[in-house]
Design a protein around this ligand. Structure first.
Ligand SMILES: [Zn+2]
Length: 194
């Protein structure tokens, strides 16, 4: 196989074509490439799939979805508890909060590695915002969890305590939404570069 180094056109044969049919590059612009042997055994397909996965796996994108998905669900459960007084949902929200608090440091860590590897720890405004928001999110989530552990019936008791507890959860929602927004901005900027 011969590949046009200008446009990537693939030509099968012993010699390269005189002119690339796509971009009209001359024969000297072609390079010899090994034909890809397509083996269809299950093991080789699995191996190829695994190789691709290892090369393209994005730990930060994956881990960021845990707090991003669980925080809105947590807020929704708390609001339903407030409106309907259905207590099992308050406990479900508490269980979600535990997973949220565990997943945030993991997401911060994968984010740090990505920032280090792909952006050489650039200190532009977008990264500063992401770091500040991530720390704010983690500290608010941790404080909320500790408060709920110390005072299990704070939502049931109502009043200012319950309102402030809901407010803390809403603050987490704002932080995670903005973090997702800036993450999306970085991804689309990276795409435009290509
Ligand atoms: Zn070409």
């Amino acid at each position: 196989m011969w590949r046009c180094t200008v446009c990537g056109y693939l030509h099968e044969g012993d010699t390269p074509p005189e002119l690339c049919p796509l971009c009209h590059a001359t024969a000297d612009k072609f390079e010899l490439v090994e034909p890809v042997v397509r083996s269809h055994s299950f093991v080789s397909m699995f191996r190829e799939e695994f190789r691709q996965l290892r090369e393209t796996f994005a730990p930060h994108a994956v881990s960021a979805h845990f707090p991003a998905a669980l925080i809105p669900t947590c807020v929704l459960f708390l609001l339903i508890t407030e409106v309907c007084g259905y207590l099992p949902l308050e406990f479900a929200a508490f269980a979600l909060l535990v997973v949220i608090v565990i997943s945030i440091p993991l997401t911060m860590l994968t984010g740090f590695f990505l920032w280090n590897k792909n952006y050489h720890r650039a200190r532009s405004a977008i990264f500063k915002k992401k770091i500040v928001l991530a720390w704010a999110l983690f500290l608010v989530a941790l404080a909320t969890l500790i408060w709920r552990l110390v005072t299990p019936d704070l939502l049931i008791n109502g009043g200012a305590g319950a309102a402030f507890y809901l407010l803390l959860n809403l603050m987490m929602l704002v932080c995670v939404t903005l973090l997702g927004h800036y993450g999306g901005m970085l991804i689309s900027a990276k795409r435009k570069q290509r």
